[in-house]
Design a protein around this ligand. Structure first.
Ligand code: ADP
Ligand code: MG
Length: 944
């Protein structure tokens, strides 16, 4: 029993108040067919909506089976509509994009009935109204009468107690109207049917009771009903109904179905939404391409220019900055009143001198090897490479069987060594020093360079962890043109340049062409003739497979009977014996390599490349060598001549000078005598040039008189002279000609080095950022290190690249700004699209609400739908971008003339973009879907 007790309803539109219902009271039986008649605007629909819980009364009460609805909350009303009420509208209000089966199912879907049961009950309801054969049709494929029957089936599917029909025949012809009335009459057999109609004839023919309404008031009632007194006297109680429940999963399924039934529309909406995503994705692709390019450039630059820290260094940076300061001083304007001395040159020289510094690499290596240092965190893939000053010579025999030294072609004394030879082999050009001193000195650093490895020999950089013989930097940038990379310490490769060429000198030094040709060539050069060079090509086959003989520096000394060691590296006979002994290490040329066409870095100079394993072997060999061990045992005396290292008193110097001269051979004595005389003559004209000038005056005069003497005579006269010379003369001779070297120089000459003391450290990094971080880390190290352990080095890349880095940063920020702008634009766009699609579906919201869907259900359905659209938009956006990148790349490559910059959408970014699209669409749809849910269902249904 339904009781309407004094219900009033007003509509306020601005100042105008419309009394739609005015104190209406009506009791309805559980099973009857009530027809409500009345002119348009009399409040029929309002009454029906209030009965159905779609609209709410202002005053009075609606009592359902004795339960007052005064305190009903919106979810009670939802449940009431869902379980108790079935609505039939004049305009059918079917959801156009769903099949009639789905339309009928809807009420069951909302109440959470499982799918199979839903299907079955919906089919049954459709059969009841005679539409069993049309279940898969869309509403627009049916006639008006059929649609209204679908609406009735939908109203009945939940088996409601009350069916409310608002002008169900209003849009139908009379014949169809009759069918619908028959149906409703049938329905009304076991439930309450309230029907509003304009058509009194039909009402009188089918309805069991007629209620007439006018101006919001009941004018007549054909069959009033007064409930039995015991029913009416019981005061209405409040009780909540069970609630309609639709799970979130159901709403997703519902939305998915919705979307599936309107594929084209969904696609278009998603596509519109995806445009923003495409914009962002394209910018990200291009910027990722540019960033990859920048990162590659950085890595290539940093591979070509690692941070190099040498044992001896020349601080270019401080020199450049001090030069700048002087230049600034120069900029000072002087007056026209006096002479202003300019100190730029002197300061420059001073800073140049002070710019040469010694780095304590052992201390620094210890720091690098230690755990938790900041440098290690930023090291690149090529790692930190340590170089060692290993000392060795390499010999081979040319086609004529002549012994050839890889460091200057010829093996032998100064007699046969031309000036050009010496220039070629890098030794100092003074005949004096090569004869009398055993120390060659590097011009720049003042460090002993004696016995240095041939300049054409280079170690091949291994991988960072040392596990690979040939590191990635080398293997990426070099190709093997013949043979293979070396696999052990006995194997080497010949390294060519990009143009397949190899210095002719190196060709001779490796004995690949006849040494006598080299001498002829050099003689021509010396005599100023036109030089004819032999640049005929050499077959790979003549090179690969050749064996060279390596002799470590420590094995180039022979111990004499006097217990002193003599250097025999310039004695061809001795070398010939030594390289056939077990002291020599065989080096087999196993391949020929050259830089690849677009090499980023060429860390391997042309010549011969050998392995880190050889370096290791040489370090071990020198450490255990006899000469090295003997020298290490006595740090005060030189094992080469028994003399004291840097004696402080003149007596020792004089004694050593005498001992030195005595130990010389005849021809060397004669040379020395001549040299002494020559310098004495030279100096007689220069008063006070040196203290020794006066002493040597006598010898010089003698020398002038005896210029024609034989070597033998000269040597004898010299012996006699030395025997009687006073201490200061001897000290002068000692200072000029005798060098005892130093303990450290000796060890260096023998190639004895410690693994903890590399000669240079190369730190490879992959980006400028890492380089800067390492610069900072070294600065930090310097802050804490002792004064003598501070590290000086030149940051070449920093000097070159500072402005470039700024430009790169600007580019990066500009790209980020672009992305941010397109993000904002696309989210606004997605929001608008979602909003429009919600607005468009107001009617559908009304239907859902009439069917008992709660506000949450409605917003869930819309959220699920926008979420799915967002997902689609994201996927379309990503997909379209990937496709668009193809033509974009060809355009980019065409205009840039290089394919180094490629627009690529990184997978991670693509995933983020899809998620972003979903989130943005959800947010964009949230406000409209909230609005949709809040919409008054009665108003929503009145919307066309
Ligand atoms: P009927 O269905 O009998 O034609 P209604 O119940 O639809 O009449 O309307 C009753 C009166 O209330 C009408 O004057 C109508 O203009 C007014 N009315 C109905 N709904 C609204 C509304 N949402 N806002 C303002 N006035 C309304
Ligand atoms: Mg109406």
């Amino acid at each position: 029993m339904l009781q309407i007790q004094g219900i009033s309803k007003q509509y306020k539109t601005g100042d105008f108040v419309q009394q739609a219902l005015d104190d209406v009271s009506l009791n309805l039986r559980d099973s009857e067919f009530v027809a409500i008649l009345g002119p348009s605007g009399s409040g029929k629909t309002t009454l029906l909506n209030i009965i159905g819980g779609l609209d709410h009364y202002d005053s009075g009460d609606l009592v359902i089976n004795g339960i007052s609805t005064k305190q009903y909350k919106s979810r009670d009303w939802d449940s009431y509509r869902n379980h108790t009420i079935g609505f039939v509208f004049q305009s059918y209000n079917l959801i156009p994009h769903q099949t009639i089966l789905s339309n009928v199912e809807l009420a069951l879907t909302i109440s959470g009935v499982p799918r199979s049961e839903r299907r079955q009950r919906a089919r049954k309801a459709l059969e009841q109204v005679g539409l069993g054969a049309h279940v898969d049709k869309k509403p627009n494929q049916l006639s008006g009468g059929q649609m209204q029957r679908v609406a009735i089936a939908r109203a009945l599917v939940n088996d409601p107690d009350i069916v409310l029909a608002d002008e169900p025949t209003g849009a139908l012809d009379s014949e169809t109207s009759v069918q619908i009335m028959e149906l409703l009459k049938e329905v009304a057999k076991d439930r309450l049917v309230v029907m509003v109609t304009h058509n009194p004839e039909l009402a009188y023919q089918y309805a069991t009771r007629i209620v007439e309404l006018k101006d919001g008031m009941i004018r007549s009632d054909s069959d009033p009903y007064e409930p039995a007194s015991d029913e009416s006297t019981a005061a209405p109680v409040h009780r909540t109904m069970g609630r309609a429940s639709m799970s979130f999963l159901t709403s997703i399924a519902l939305s998915f179905n919705n979307l599936r039934t309107k594929k084209g529309r969904t696609f278009l909406t998603s596509f519109a939404g995806s445009i923003g995503i495409i914009g962002i994705a394209l910018i990200i692709s291009v910027s990722a391409g540019v960033n990859t390019y920048i990162a590659n450039i950085q890595r290539e630059t940093m591979t070509a220019y690692p941070i190099t820290i040498d044992e001896q260094t020349f601080d270019l940076t401080s020199m450049m900055t001090s030069g700048k300061q002087s230049a600034e001083n120069q900029g000072k304007k002087h007056g026209n009143d006096a002479i202003y001395p300019d100190d730029t040159a002197i300061k420059g020289t001073a800073s140049m001198t002070s710019s040469i510094t010694e780095n304590n690499l052992s201390a620094f290596k210890k720091y690098l090897d230690g755990k938790n240092n900041a440098v290690r965190e930023h090291v690149g893939s090529a790692g930190i490479q340590y170089s060692y000053d290993t000392k060795f010579s390499v010999y081979s025999h040319d086609a004529d069987g002549t012994l050839v030294n890889a460091d200057g072609v010829t093996v032998g004394g100064s007699g046969s060594t031309s000036m050009a030879d010496q220039m070629a082999n890098g030794s100092l050009m003074s005949a004096d020093s090569s004869t009398f001193t055993s120390t060659r000195v590097s011009m720049l650093t003042g460090k002993t360079d004696q016995n240095a490895a041939p300049s054409s020999f280079h170690e091949i950089m291994p991988s960072a962890d040392g596990k690979q013989n040939v590191g990635k930097v080398v293997s990426d940038n070099y190709q093997v043109v013949k043979g293979s990379w070396p696999k052990n310490k006995n194997e080497v490769v010949v390294v060519l340049d990009e143009n397949n060429s190899l210095s002719l000198t190196t060709v001779y030094e490796l004995g690949l062409k006849s040494a006598s040709d080299y001498h002829d060539m050099m003689n021509q050069l010396n005599s100023g003739d036109k030089v004819k060079t032999d640049t005929k090509k050499i077959n790979y086959g003549d090179v690969v497979g050749r064996t060279l003989k390596l002799l470590p520096a420590c094995d180039q000394y022979v111990k004499g009977d006097d217990g002193h060691w003599t250097y025999v590296g310039d004695d061809a006979d001795q070398i010939n014996t030594l390289i056939d002994s077990d002291k020599a290490i065989d080096l087999k040329i196993v391949g020929v390599v050259k830089p690849v066409a677009d090499a980023d870095a060429t860390p391997l100079s042309s010549g011969v490349g050998y392995m880190r394993a050889l370096t290791d072997a040489l370090i071990d060999r020198a450490a255990s060598s006899q000469i090295g061990t003997e020298q290490k045992a006595d740090k005060t005396h030189n094992v080469l001549n028994g003399m004291t290292f840097s004696p402080s008193d003149d007596a020792t110097k004089a004694q050593d000078a005498r001992a030195y001269v005595v130990s010389l051979g005849v021809s060397k004595k004669a040379q020395m005598a001549q040299s002494l005389m020559a310098s004495a003559q030279g100096m007689t004209g220069q008063a006070g040039a040196a203290g020794q000038a006066g002493q040597q005056g006598a010898a010089a005069q003698q020398g002038a008189a005896t210029a024609q003497m034989s070597e033998q005579q000269l040597a004898e006269r010299f012996d006699a002279y030395i025997a009687t010379a006073d201490e200061s003369t001897l000290v002068a001779i000692y200072n000029q000609y005798v060098s005892t070297g130093s303990y450290n120089d000796n060890l260096a000459d023998f190639g004895v080095i410690s693994r903890s003391a590399p000669s240079s450290i190369n730190i490879y990094v992959d980006s400028f950022e890492d380089k800067n971080a390492i610069n900072d880390a070294i600065d930090d190290y310097n802050e804490t290190a002792k004064e003598k352990d501070k590290i000086t080095y030149t940051d070449y890349v920093g000097l070159m690249m500072n402005s470039v880095t700024t430009i790169i940063n600007v580019i990066t920020y500009v790209l980020i700004a672009f992305v941010a702008v397109s993000l904002v634009v696309s989210s606004i766009m997605i929001g608008i699209i979602t909003y429009i699609s919600v607005l468009e579906r107001t009617k559908e919201i009304g239907i859902l609400r009439a069917m008992g869907a709660s506000k949450r259900n409605v917003s869930n359905v819309f959220n699920a739908e926008t979420g799915i659209i967002g997902l689609l938009a994201g996927l379309i956006g990503v997909g379209v971008t990937v496709l668009l990148n193809i033509p974009i790349n060809s355009v980019l490559h065409y205009f840039m003339g290089t394919d180094e910059v490629s627009a690529v959408l990184p997978v991670g970014n693509a995933i983020v973009l899809v998620i972003l699209s979903v989130v943005l669409t959800l947010i964009g749809g949230l406000i409209p879907s909230r609005g949709a849910a809040k919409r008054d269902p009665a108003t929503a249904l009145r919307t066309e």
